[in-house]
Design a protein around this ligand. Sequence first.
Ligand code: UDX
Ligand code: UDX
Ligand code: ADP
Length: 480
Amino acid sequence: MVKICCIGAGYVGGPTMAVIALKCPAIEVAVVDISVSRINAWNSDTLPIYEPGLDEVVKQCRGKNLFFSTDVEKHVFEADIVFVSVNTPTKTQGLGAGKAADLTYWESAARMIADVSKSDKIVVEKSTVPVKTAEAIEKILTHNSKKINFQILSNPEFLAEGTAIKDLFNPDRVLIGGRETPDGQKAIQALKDVYAHWVPVDRIICTNLWSAELSKLAANAFLAQRISSVNAMSALCEATGADVTQVSHAVGKDTRIGPKFLNASVGFGGSCFQKDILNLVYICECNGLPDVANYWKQVIKVNDYQKTRFVNRVVASMFNTVSGKKIAILGFAFKKDTGDTRETPAIDVCKGLLGDKAKLSIYDPQVTGDQIQRDLAMKKFDWDHPVHLQPLSPTSVKEVSVVWDAYEATKDAHGICIMTEWDEFKTLDYQKIYDNMQKPAFVFDGRNIVDVEKLREIGFIVYSIGKPLDPWLKDMPAVA
Ligand code: UDX
Ligand code: UDX
Ligand code: ADP
């Protein structure tokens, strides 16, 4: 029986291993983590992450061939294949601060593997890491082991949160990079055999290590670039009277471009896009390629611009001040169907509004008040460090209240900002909401999900990203 161990029971490690266990009943899968609370949650009825379909998969395999444990060393010792899926934060100090990946957790995982191993192992890089990390890991493993053969593979995960199970069941491709030596090829084949249980072999791509590592950064950079491109167009649409939805539809019909990932929004978020582009930028700079670095940097700049622009719109529309006004924030997660708030645009928008002295009432169906308070108190790039390194009891932001209902959040509010495209926000009783708000009542839709005409009929003043402006907003000061 092949034994797999995955170090890191997070958004990537948890769902990926659950699906491997489901699809490969003959493989024993152990997911380990140093966080006791996380492992306890994986072993309980309330999993630590919200992901449609995940509960069913875990229920089917847990206790059979899927185990969650804090006994990291035991499971690494027993495993034939060790996946490493630990966090790789952006460095907050020292060389490369604000750009380079902090590989502390990776390095300590590698040293532990070298320490406890008594048999040959395949070590798989699962978390996204800067190019050539495998080489560093290989050095740590081979210089610390006692005649054990370690093969390093890069097998980046392409799942998106909110659709993780769907993406894992039916991936566009699985990418496996390894050494171009006979032993390296053997290791690639062993991992390919695991995925071949359910992924058609023509969708399993095998490359060298560096191509696999770089492809992951490149794919995320290309995806983020599409969003920044359409968001840049949204600003021009507002200035000219074009409608960004019509523009992206027309552009996306070109099969060379395609229709996906062209939704204008308040900005992209999530744990990957910004971090991976920063990694790419740093690698370009280190390789003496400042022009290439600047090209990719611009994708992040446009994303920051989009968030600032949104805040400016809100403030300008409401007579240039939101001081003391209650603003309802609907949605805090970085996208729908996840409770994840890492790099969510809602953080920057909320901070921007608080900077103008607004009072916020926030509602998200999957995010707790504690999490929101912690996010708003945290410094940039601190989110990927373990909780014990984050402010322990964050002084909660006084002007922020977190409620468990959209109607409660919007009661007596002057304006509503929609930050996440949760389906339930499409079907709210907006007449009831309008009746309970201060007038004039504003809706600022950062995800273009509301029916603008219907809301205007009710009496709302509506702003949607990249759409012809409400006559009210046209008379307000221009927003740069
Ligand atoms: C372009 C648009 O494709 C077309 O839709 C529009 O109506 C007019 O402009 P054209 O300039 O004729 O058409 O050729 P195109 O095939 O788009 O190529 C433009 C340039 O990009 C060429 O120099 C081509 O060699 C280059 N190219 C194209 C690449 O370098 N890589 C590619 O993958 C595709
Ligand atoms: C992304 C990649 O899609 C995935 O392949 C990779 O493995 C990890 O990073 P994820 O961050 O989970 O996945 O979500 P994704 O669906 O890509 O969305 C990222 C952000 O872009 C979200 O904030 C989303 O709201 C935003 N977005 C996405 C848009 O603003 N417009 C779009 O058209 C698509
Ligand atoms: P991702 O979104 O990439 O899955 P997460 O931050 O959700 O990232 O998950 C990473 C997990 O890795 C965390 O739960 C963290 O506790 C765990 N981790 C970090 N370092 C180690 C280590 N040395 N041993 C075991 N688990 C670790």
